[in-house]
Design a protein around this ligand. Structure first.
Ligand SMILES: Nc1ncnc2c1ncn2[C@@H]1O[C@H](COP(=O)(O)OP(=O)(O)OC[C@H]2O[C@@H]([n+]3cccc(C(=O)O)c3)[C@H](O)[C@@H]2O)[C@@H](O)[C@H]1O
Ligand SMILES: Nc1ncnc2c1ncn2[C@@H]1O[C@H](COP(=O)(O)OP(=O)(O)OP(=O)(O)O)[C@@H](O)[C@H]1O
Ligand SMILES: [Mg+2]
Length: 264
């Protein structure tokens, strides 16, 4: 089985590499620190830990942004993370902003995906409101597994200034989180976008992160053919093809919006 997990030596190297990256991004922008949305999930918890490592607690301002569909446990975990990191944080309810959107555009009422993505975009608006006001950069929390299949909202949680953990597969996120001392209940928590009630990443994508990571490592980002991937991982060609299709169809989310070629 192809395993994306880091060796013990690689964990320290990665931690150092990412904290240096965060410091360099903030310095290059002449920013006075960073903004981070905390959801109680492992991606933002790890990013918060690495940012405090890199910049110090005084340089991180966290936002906890509950919606009506947010689980109480996740929101209290988000606050717990902020308190344990000893960073300044605000809790701002976003549902009144969603209600305002639906007041001016009631046609979208009940459209679970459109309203769910609007929740991610409203959070981005708030992140940048604070980032502009305090001269900070917005830290992204996207990882390689989500990015590769487009499992994020374009200009929502994808609207950020840099992606510190953007090259880590989900299994590596959990591993590095444990390595930097994140409590096990957070490190092993089920991943959820919480854009609507009872949503889970694996349920919506229809594939486990374990299988997704393995196919990404071996086939999408690695050298193995479909046939070799199926042999190595004991998965069907249909599963590999589905991941490739998600990868190709989400290409537009990973690049800058195109313009027509210049006329010569
Ligand atoms: N080929 C193409 N070229 C250029 N643009 C293209 C395009 N196809 C669609 N588009 C544009 O992209 C839009 C669709 O993309 P988008 O708005 O992102 O929407 P979409 O990809 O449909 O939905 C976002 C997905 O990410 C998941 N998500 C979101 C946020 C957080 C997390 C999490 O894990 O926490 C997960 C969410 O549950 C959902 O499955 C279209 O409405 C269109 O405007
Ligand atoms: N309620 C929230 N308050 C503040 N930020 C949020 C909230 N929900 C989502 N976000 C932001 O959107 C990001 C994307 O969510 P995503 O679910 O992919 O990551 P996560 O919750 O940190 O980890 P996991 O994927 O394991 O649930 C979060 O990391 C966080 O920065
Ligand atoms: Mg989450």
């Amino acid at each position: 089985m192809i395993d994306p997990r880091f060796s013990e030596a690689e964990l320290d190297q990665r931690r150092e590499h990412i904290t240096t990256f965060i410091r360099e991004q903030i310095a290059a922008a002449n920013a006075d620190g960073a903004i981070l949305g905390l959801s109680g999930g492992i991606d933002s918890t790890l990013t918060g830990n690495l940012a405090v490592d890199a910049l110090g607690a005084d340089s991180l301002h966290a936002l906890v942004l509950p919606a009506t569909v947010s689980g109480d446990e996740n929101m209290s975990d988000a606050e717990r993370v902020a308190r344990e990191l000893d960073v300044t944080y605000d809790v701002i309810e976003i549902e009144p902003l969603i209600d305002s959107l639906l007041t001016v555009y009631p046609e979208a009422e009940g459209d679970r995906e459109a309203v769910g993505n609007a929740r991610a975009r409203v959070r981005a608006v708030l992140n940048y409101l604070v980032a502009n006001h305090e001269n900070r950069l917005v830290l992204g929390t996207g990882n390689r597994s989500e990015a590769a299949v487009g499992y994020f909202t374009k200009y929502g949680d994808g609207a950020v200034d840099c992606h510190p953990i953007g090259n880590l597969y989900k299994a590596q996120v959990r591993q590095l989180a444990r390595h930097v001392g994140v409590p096990e209940d957070l490190a092993s928590k089920t991943a959820t976008a919480e854009l609507w009630a009872n949503q889970t990443d694996e349920g919506e994508m229809g594939i486990s992160y374990e299988t997704l990571d393995s196919i990404l490592v071996s086939h999408i980002d690695g050298p193995l053919s479909v046939a070799a991937t199926c042999r190595e991982l004991d998965v069907t060609p249909e599963t590999v093809d589905r991941v490739r299709e998600m990868y190709e169809r989400s290409e537009h989310k990973r690049r800058a919006p195109p313009s027509p070629d210049p006329l010569t």
